[in-house]
Design a protein around this ligand. Sequence first.
Ligand SMILES: [Zn+2]
Length: 662
Amino acid sequence: MTAAAYAIDHFTAPERRVFRPRERITVSQWAEKYRVVVRGPAQGKWSNGLTPYCIEPMDTIALPWVRKVFLCWAPQTGKTSVGINFMLYAIDVDPGPMLYVMPDEKVSKRIAKRQLIPTIRSTPRTGSLLSTRIDDITSLHVNFANGCDLMMAWATSAAALASESIRYIFWDEPGKYPDFVGEEADPFSLGDVRTNSYQYTSKQIFYSTPKLDGDAFDRLIRSEAEEHRRYHAKCPICGHLQVMAFDRIHWQGKKDHREVLRGKLARYACEKCGMDWDDHARNLAVRSGRWKSDHPVERPTAIAFGPLESWYSPFVSLSKAAADFLKGQDDPKKLQAFVTQHQARPWKEVVESKAEGDLLKRKTDLPPGIAPAWSVALTAGIDVQKRGFWFVVRAWDGDLNSHLVSYGYLSTFEEVRALVFDTWFPKDGSQDRLQIWRAAIDTGGGKGEADDDAISRTEEIYEFIRAHGRRDGKQVVFAVKGSSRPQLIRVNYPQPIDRMPRSNKPIPGGLELRSLDTHELKKLLHWRLTRRDQRVDDAGNVTQAESQRIFLHAETGVDYTRQFLAEELRRSRKGRLEWVRIRTDNHLLDAEVYAAACADNSWHPNLAGLARYVKTRSDHVQRRADDAQRVEDAKPKTPVQAIVQQRVAALRRPAGGWMSGI
Ligand SMILES: [Zn+2]
């Protein structure tokens, strides 16, 4: 035992608090002197120089007039250390009852065990105050020898939040707290109530990566911060102070994110002198930078630092930021990750309600039943009704551009079979023909019907897929089901189904069921509607066409567009975004969701992979000969085949008409 610890043992806790001289030291000085980092990329003694933007927030929260500090920062910037350093400082220098709030129970227990307790223990100033009885530090309640008291809680443990008077609250990742209903007391208001008895000495610090525009954390910062400060880096060449904007980062115009990352190609161009900073120069610029506010307030009580983007962090290379940006260009979900994880901005869901007229602008000259020349494969989505089936057939290329080849209604299973297995779609401008490569049929049963009917419909579909799902031994028709819960991937891994839902009869050989994140797939469809064609501006500059554009055949009518636009993304009372049906019939939208799922990268083997294979395949000539033979084989031999082929190609004109120019 050290002499100091021995001496301190002769006083009671309150006496110690009164007698101990306050150390005249700022939080950042304290951290540099005492803090030991136990996890992450910078283990060992804390150094202010590594993440210099942490210094001012740390010291600001300790100022006597400051009650709240908000950090809205990208991951891997060190924001949690700002909170933890202040916590350790307060335990040592200015103890009081503390509450540490995390997103949920599991995370709380993990962080307490893996991060908080080991940090408190390894930092000598706080470790020596820990009780030696092991019980005190394995629970979510830690007592210190100087009377300081640390409770750990999570956002929904309202009881814990409501039971004690608290001086310090550490809000860890409030962006990840679950939604709470408006009328209920939210954790932030409960926190305010808890600190009432420390009106002039309470401190609350919030550190998080943002999530959604308008969520609770976002609203809190907007309503409470009196002053917003942004970090300005200082150019090592010209000395100009600037907020580092993403559009000043460049990477030699490369499109492939792997190339950018591998070659470490990204540079930041100084706003003033235009000189390029590599990662090293960036680190220097950040080290000599500082926080500044456009609208400084005298003695603000609540201050927001940020957003602090990932590219300020010494742990994130400029090329990593650029690569993740490039990934986001072809996938709205990855774009969302870039915005929240790199730009540290809350994600704004923009799904503008579109007019039918706008959708019809996606029409091309191709009549129904014809696949564009660039088609690699066709997918079909089939939405099951009580009596019949709505379907779409969509042609795709390797960049997931797609063209609506056909849509409509079929009455019987036999017609569905004929569509998938007997129908050949000519490719525009060639002798090639395509069959449907993959079809997804929904097994959920007709909506809004008695459960019994729905279950027997599901059984019928299972039977159909069992009996008719394959072509040459290869599965073509797949069972899918919309999921109301969010999924990590849009198309989940197949789940085996080996029994009928009602009769519990075993299904010989079983079948696979894939659940679809319909919320995300609908967002994807709407995002695809915003993808742009190649453009040439007045100066003759060509902007490349974007991937994943959607096209419609020449005869697409309002019957299609009304159903496609039958749902709108709206914010619910809880602040959650939900698809709301604004028209009765949304069947073709569902069918489009299933057809898009068939082509999604998360469904393996995926269509993009098939496209690469087709491109490199050398037996091109042989294939054409085979196809021609198969076309002959597939000429309608039954009345049903004839009906379906007629419906699919209802308006196909004779050769020599629209095809004559080719
Ligand atoms: Zn410069």
